[in-house]
Design a protein around this ligand. Structure first.
Ligand code: A3D
Length: 295
């Protein structure tokens, strides 16, 4: 199994390191900056005698090395700077992601693509349209991360909640939609944890000064990759293409799905409250505005 990671920055390199540590698949790490992917790949490769990993990693700036990849992860692009919204990244990252999508289409036409570049839902739509791939094979990473941030914030307030009872749906942006199916969660904890999760990305950007979050984002990429590589058929939130589910069509947006070796094997439709439905619609509207600016 070969995983190509395009973009050897913080998220891409950390995801590569997790894949090698986890002995999950061979990795080719690509970047346009000369030497960057090669240097990081050599460093990650040297960890293998320590961890006992038997998979391999190479770095390259030659995009023909995408050939034969079973899974391509797009982490190339600009990351947010302080005060910058994910939408500010739209124009620049659209150009980058479009170019990469064409290379994926030509060099690994049967691959599954995981998109990480922001604004996430719009970039996932752009990848699907540009590659022409079956939408089940183009998956946006956001819901795993946003749900983890939500659950972590709930736990931080001293409440324990079983996995699957607190989810983050909708866009990977300010209009994300928190969903609670646990009876034991007060409105106060729910509201506070929702706000924490919604603002977590910006909070981290502010502290770091340069760059944005990458430890939890790369862990989320690894979690998705593992479900695909090992055909786990696990339920998780991702940005997926909707064709009528949740009352939306022709859009990428965060929903729960089942992930396995074929990519998105099923979109799980949970019953939403009236309030959640409204919030989901508002979120979809915001994504559509981004898509309209991109295409
Ligand atoms: P960063 O560390 O800047 O790495 C980006 C890398 O992409 C750099 O090494 C660039 O040289 C490289 N690059 C630029 N253009 C190309 C190209 N055409 N081909 C190959 N490589 C290229 O950023 P990062 O790793 O922190 O973040 C990468 C992207 O992921 C950004 O758009 C972030 O906003 C996004 N991101 C999304 C999430 C989600 O939860 C969706 C989380 C974290 C980051």
């Amino acid at each position: 199994m070969k995983v190509a990671i395009i973009g050897a920055g913080n998220v891409g390199a950390m995801a590569a390191s997790r894949i090698i540590d986890g002995n999950l698949a061979d990795v080719v790490l690509l970047d346009v900056v000369p030497g960057l992917a090669k240097g990081k790949a050599l460093d990650i490769s040297d960890t293998r005698p320590i961890t006992g990993s038997a998979v391999s990693i190479t770095g390259s700036e030659d995009f023909s090395d995408l050939k034969g990849a079973d899974i391509a992860v797009i982490t190339a692009g600009l990351a947010r700077k302080p005060g910058m919204s994910r939408e500010d990244l739209l124009k620049k990252n659209s150009e980058i992601v479009k170019g990469i999508s064409l290379k994926i289409k030509g060099l690994c036409p049967s691959s599954i693509v995981i998109v990480v570049t922001n604004p996430l839902d719009v970039m996932s739509y752009l990848v699907m349209k540009t590659t022409g791939f079956d939408p089940k094979r183009v998956i946006g990473m956001a819901g795993v991360l946003d749900s983890a941030r939500f659950i972590n914030a709930i736990k931080g307030m001293g409440k324990n909640i079983p996995g699957g009872e607190a989810l983050m749906l909708g866009s990977h942006g300010d209009t994300m939609v928190p969903v609670n199916r646990s009876k034991g969660l007060s409105a106060e904890v729910f509201n506070h944890a929702s706000e924490t999760a919604r603002n977590r990305g910006a909070e981290i950007v502010k502290y770091l000064g340069t760059g944005s979050a990458y430890f939890a984002p790369s862990a989320s990429v690894f979690f998705m990759l593992k479900a695909i590589v090992k055909n786990e058929k696990s339920a998780m939130c991702v940005s997926a293409y909707l064709e009528g589910q949740y009352g939306e069509k022709d859009i990428y947006i965060g929903v729960p799905v089942v992930l396995g070796s074929q990519g998105i094997e099923k979109i799980i439709e949970i019953e939403l409250t009236q309030e959640e439905k409204q919030a989901f619609k508002k979120s979809a509207l915001q994504i559509r505005e981004g898509i309209a600016k991109t295409l």
